[in-house]
Design a protein around this ligand. Structure first.
Ligand SMILES: Cc1cc2nc3c(=O)[nH]c(=O)nc-3n(C[C@H](O)[C@H](O)[C@H](O)COP(=O)(O)OP(=O)(O)OC[C@H]3O[C@@H](n4cnc5c(N)ncnc54)[C@H](O)[C@@H]3O)c2cc1C
Length: 448
């Protein structure tokens, strides 16, 4: 087979699109990224993302080695405990996690904004901001042209939809694909780190992530995020030698305003929130959270009230419906653009990174001539669609992130809450159950 060098158009500079661009560039494939945000600091990139073994593996595969090391240095302190609490701040479980000695088979916390800055590093010359795709055209000669809202266009051999849950590419390419509301509303916010704020959390929660199961289907998650740089962006003395060097030479830190924080996110069925919740901003969202949690422990309520009023954001959670297989062409999709899932399992970003790694391999083979282009994309899709939609289904079954979950039903919900607490209490107390819980957790998240 003769090799015809490809030019790949990636629509969307999110985690998946940028990781794909790194992977292709590393493999010598020509690629350009088109992002609708107007600059590298625009967009809603506030919350914490957990990167699991699947995500670590994809990043290691696709990024240049030094950038992968910088990724490790930009992560927050690795969570030590997975905690389950009641809304009265009582411990249900405090399960010790496995740490990060194994670079790949470990769980990391990263700020969404920081990871985005990291992934933009080294792609500055091929990432085009202010380019909102409106539509594309496939031509008989095998080329594809993307058209943007500013009147410009770009032509290549392959077009990859990495433009997230509301993908404009998917709407044109697979108009029958549906994104539906999961029936869940969430509000998230950040508290600037302080001794006073940290002391309001139980000790194991100060060193990890904590899930609160509360009555009426309310849930909350706490994350303690401590980085290797201080509030002025200077490298902390505690950063190990190599990390300090990497961070000092990393230009992304200049664009990133992430500082140590504690984040909270509460969620429940839509009917627990006012209808206009998406219109609320700032202090109104903090006040609403306090109104929704009158019987929660005063320390949790203090923490809600301590949120920086510029940080709260409301979301209705959405989920993709499975799409029957389609005829493969030179337009393909990855990440949320094809399989949006609830944050129930915390694997949406990781799945997007996995897609990027697989698609890198497929397009590299086509670029080298060891595989025909449509065959290579077809193999990628045949692998990605089953695991992607399996993750969508799993995410609806976990942590009350589907409005259909019995946790949200008036009477049965109480029994389900009691059952969940009893299960985690047993995991906390019985070593064999705890081992199984951890094995299942890490295996699901890609540990080998
Ligand atoms: C509260 C919350 C917590 C989460 N926590 C986790 C977690 O812990 N772990 C995890 O794995 N996942 C988590 N997720 C899911 C994760 O954030 C997403 O799955 C992930 O961001 C998807 O990456 P992506 O690259 O596919 O899409 P996105 O990150 O959505 O990127 C899409 C990009 O395309 C751009 N774009 C959109 N339309 C256009 C257009 N027409 N033209 C050009 N560009 C366009 C957007 O501006 C954006 O930059 C969480 C999600 C939420 C809401």
């Amino acid at each position: 087979m003769s090799a015809k060098p490809l030019h790949v158009l990636v629509i969307g500079a999110g985690f998946g699109g940028l990781t794909l661009a790194h992977g292709l560039r590393k493999a010598g494939v020509s690629v350009a990224v088109y992002e609708k945000q107007r600059s590298r600091t625009d967009g809603l990139y506030g919350y914490r993302v957990g990167i699991d073994p699947t995500g670590n593996r994809a990043l290691k595969d696709c990024l240049p080695p030094q950038l992968f090391d910088t990724f490790l240095a930009t992560c927050a302190r690795t969570p030590l405990y997975f905690n389950v609490l009641t809304e009265k701040k009582k411990r249900t479980a405090a399960i010790r996690l496995r740490g990060d000695a194994d670079l790949i088979n470990s769980e990391r916390s990263v700020s969404r904004q920081t990871l985005r800055q990291l992934l933009l590093t080294g792609l500055e010359d091929i990432t085009h901001f202010g380019k909102e795709l409106t539509h594309y055209e496939q031509r008989p000669d095998g080329s594809v042209t993307a058209f943007f809202a500013d009147g410009s266009s770009a032509t290549g051999d392959v077009l990859v939809a990495a433009d997230g849950a509301h993908s404009a590419v998917r709407k044109q390419y697979l108009p029958h694909a549906k994104l539906k509301p999961a029936g869940i509303t969430t509000i998230g916010a950040k508290i600037p780190m302080s001794r006073e704020a940290l002391a309001l959390l139980p000790r194991p929660s100060q060193q990890g992530l904590s899930l609160v199961f509360a009555p009426k289907g309310f849930m909350c998650i706490w994350h303690v995020m401590e980085f290797r740089w201080d509030e002025r962006g200077g490298i902390k003395d505690s950063a190990a030698g190599n990390d300090a060097e990497l961070l000092r030479s990393w230009p992304g830190l200049l664009f990133d305003n992430t500082r140590d924080y504690i984040s909270w996110g509460i969620w429940a069925a839509d009917d627990k929130f006012p209808k206009d919740v998406l219109k609320l901003r700032g202090q109104d969202l903090i006040d609403l959270t306090l109104k929704l949690t009158p019987n929660w422990h005063p320390d949790f309520r203090k923490l809600f009230a301590m949120a920086d009023p510029t940080t709260p954001f409301p979301l209705h959670i959405a989920t993709s419906e499975p799409v029957p297989a389609w005829k493969t062409t030179n337009v393909t999709l990855l990440g949320d653009a094809i399989h949006t899932m609830t944050p129930g399992q915390g694997v949406g970003a990781n799945t997007s990174l996995r897609d990027a790694m697989l698609l890198t391999r497929a397009l590299t083979a086509a670029n080298n001539g060891s595989r025909d282009l449509i065959g290579a994309i077809g193999e990628y899709e045949a692998e990605m669609i089953p695991y992607g939609f399996a993750r969508v289904k799993d995410s609806l079954a976990e942590n009350g992130t589907s409005g259909e979950d019995p946790l949200h039903k008036p009477v049965v919900g109480r029994a389900v809450l009691a059952g969940a607490r009893a299960y985690f209490k047993a995991v906390d107390k019985i070593p064999s159950m705890q081992r199984k819980f951890l094995d299942d957790l890490y295996t699901y998240r890609g540990a080998e």
